[in-house]
Design a protein around this ligand. Sequence first.
Ligand code: A3P
Length: 334
Amino acid sequence: AQVELEADSVLTGEEEDESLLLSMSSSSNKLQTREGWWTTFVLYDGCWMDRQAAMSVSLVRAQFVPRDDDVLLATYPKCGTTWLKALSFAIANRHRHPVVSAGHHPLLTQSPHDLVPFIELPFRHIHPLAAALDAIPSPRLLGTHMPHHLLPPRIGCRIVYLCREPKDVVISTWHFMNKVIEGFSIDFDKAFELFVDGCSPFGPIWNHYLGYWNKHVEEPDRVLFLKYDDMMADPAGHVKKLAEFLRVPFTDDEVDAGVVEEVVRLCSFEKLSRLPVNSSVVAGRVGVDERPMKNSVFFRKGKVRDWKNYLTEEMAKKLDAAIEEKLKGSGLTL
Ligand code: A3P
């Protein structure tokens, strides 16, 4: 559908929003809504999100101009997007910005989210953002939380997808929302139930995972599928794999010189989270719900299995069972 898109005017009223969303979604009926996490969520073509995210997704679908040599870093929120962006940026730009004795490396002074922008964020500011995305020279590294089936129709570029153990994702999401949404204090049990029910930002999480997983199975050379826990267990192996996928494999000389380990170190949670740009209290961006957001919100613990400190055995079993049921037959194991 072609729609006249005026970002500043489309958001003036709920009815106008609804009509734009409907014109961009495959549904002709009123969008289903549910009291979500911090606000009402709409079910936009099978994906739960708040209304502003849905507007943004609609605008991206209509406006984004893809390039064949783009590389899209796709994640479900809280699966390690910040890490994946940092690693990919460091790998792809290592000849321009050496990582060995990286005194002036851009990652030391800029957030990974500024170096690798999301195509659908910040919400609403799509006009300036679209121009900014157009201005990035090829080959572009771009991020997205959009599920595969909602990506702009003409996207045919390579995609790196990163998923994570869902029990860790729900814990990370709950902490994140408590930090970024002022006055947000959703009861943890309620948040958990919504998550298990599929109602979470860009959820259901299993549909998000499966959309990219199925594409990966179909086209393994075009869609690389990674897991946070595996990356934590073998970061160097994943850095090499990522470099090959990005078509900038490490040479033997680089490997001998320890460049792979330098990339791992530069992008580690310990290194990035302690940098002033990522730990300062200064709001660096517009975030969820259009509120100012600090870069520090993207760093919490960076551990696997932190869910053990929060979920009861019963909760863990419930989420495991839901995920197992949804992934059955797909070949994807987490
Ligand atoms: P926790 O909340 O479990 O600590 P995203 O980047 O998709 O928003 O995901 C955020 C999660 O990734 C948070 O998890 C955060 O701490 C973790 N994280 C951020 N930077 C990381 C890094 N460099 N290495 C590993 N984990 C990182």
